[in-house]
Design a protein around this ligand. Sequence first.
Ligand SMILES: *[C@@H]1O[C@H](CO)[C@@H](O)[C@H](O)[C@H]1NC(C)=O
Ligand SMILES: *[C@@H]1O[C@H](CO)[C@@H](O)[C@H](O)[C@H]1NC(C)=O
Ligand SMILES: *[C@@H]1O[C@H](CO)[C@@H](O)[C@H](O)[C@H]1NC(C)=O
Ligand SMILES: *[C@@H]1O[C@H](CO)[C@@H](O)[C@H](O)[C@H]1NC(C)=O
Length: 362
Amino acid sequence: MKEFRKQAFLIGLTLIIIVILIVKVEWPTKRWFFITNDPCLVQCTTGVPCQYPDEFDFRIIVLTFNRPESLRKCLTHIAKLYTLGDRVSVDIWIDRSKDGEVDDSTVTVSREFQKNWTQGQVCVHIQQRNAYLIGQWIDTWRPRENSHEIALILEDDIDISPLTYKWLKLMNSKFRNVSDVGGYTLQMENVNYVKPNLRAVSNIPKTDNVFLYRLIGTWGYSPKPNEWRGFQDWFHEVRKDNTFKPYMPDLVINKWFTGFESHGTSDSMCSMWSTYYFNKSNLFTVYSNLKGYTGQDNMLLDINRMEPGLHYNGQSWITEDKSYLLLSVWNSELEKFPEYLPRYDFDGSFVNKIAENNNTYL
Ligand SMILES: *[C@@H]1O[C@H](CO)[C@@H](O)[C@H](O)[C@H]1NC(C)=O
Ligand SMILES: *[C@@H]1O[C@H](CO)[C@@H](O)[C@H](O)[C@H]1NC(C)=O
Ligand SMILES: *[C@@H]1O[C@H](CO)[C@@H](O)[C@H](O)[C@H]1NC(C)=O
Ligand SMILES: *[C@@H]1O[C@H](CO)[C@@H](O)[C@H](O)[C@H]1NC(C)=O
């Protein structure tokens, strides 16, 4: 009888220890058996496009890894955003290294911003394992079908204008239903990497506030929901076949891509895949022509600091703070669209002009 009690006691003790261990191990990640209302708690899996529980008017996706100071600068600019009284979410996605490590200082800066910013929701997401830039780009925003959420994907060395949301909202009101528009870009500098002697920007009439171009501008990119879903589905399908390559031999970016491939780092370049898919689907990207249109320099929608990291390993692109060039005053002139909007091909050549109100070609 005594033996039995001792055994029962030992079994009980072991069970209690097992329960404590499970709770301790599971608690930080799954929070099981605690009900939580934390809106930032999304159950997303690295490698699968992440759908958020809630829809916002504007969602900024910040992609970061281990550049806390660069991230801080980026967030400082987001902090100045005019949110126009709309619902905004900033989702900071922190990647892990190949060994599964998370950069603590990057987490600290993100959490600091979460406490600082009162204009909207801030969520900090840590990838479960190394997603690399391609996974960070493709799988951090899965919009619902026909969603009206406006998203902006930013790498952490991009500083945005406080009027970014106002501009994107205007573009959406104009192009939401235009079927050959796949997205919008804030990128205004260096729109020349196809053939430097055939810059698309040099062909744009100064009378136009925007133009449509084949190339996706990745320095601050806002994809349209359905088109981005289509891209995600296509990407995950073709990736099952590892002999498939999104080559586009005529483009300079193809040379960069094959260069990365020879170093085994082609997954740092999502734009080869997105450019391939968007061209295949006959989609254009809307670019602002505000500098040409207004003749003023302080019209940039964003600035890429090109900090050393996964893309660039040399000197930072911009050493002095050029934030004063960011668009900071709105003028109703900026809202005047031309009757016919020109489309430009990869090499900067004119494709056609379409009247947006009746779909007539010129
Ligand atoms: C948070 O606010 C403090 C005080 O204004 C500022 O020094 C800090 O840089 C901010 N941090 C972030 C990440 O926004
Ligand atoms: C787009 O189309 C929908 C459905 O036809 C319509 O309700 C909406 O007003 C249109 N939006 C714009 C910006 O033209
Ligand atoms: C874009 O797609 C079209 C149609 O699929 C194809 O003919 C063309 O070669 C592609 N452009 C480039 C630069 O690969
Ligand atoms: C289409 O719209 C354009 C621009 O407003 C106009 O000039 C043209 O006459 C219209 N065409 C038709 C067929 O309605």
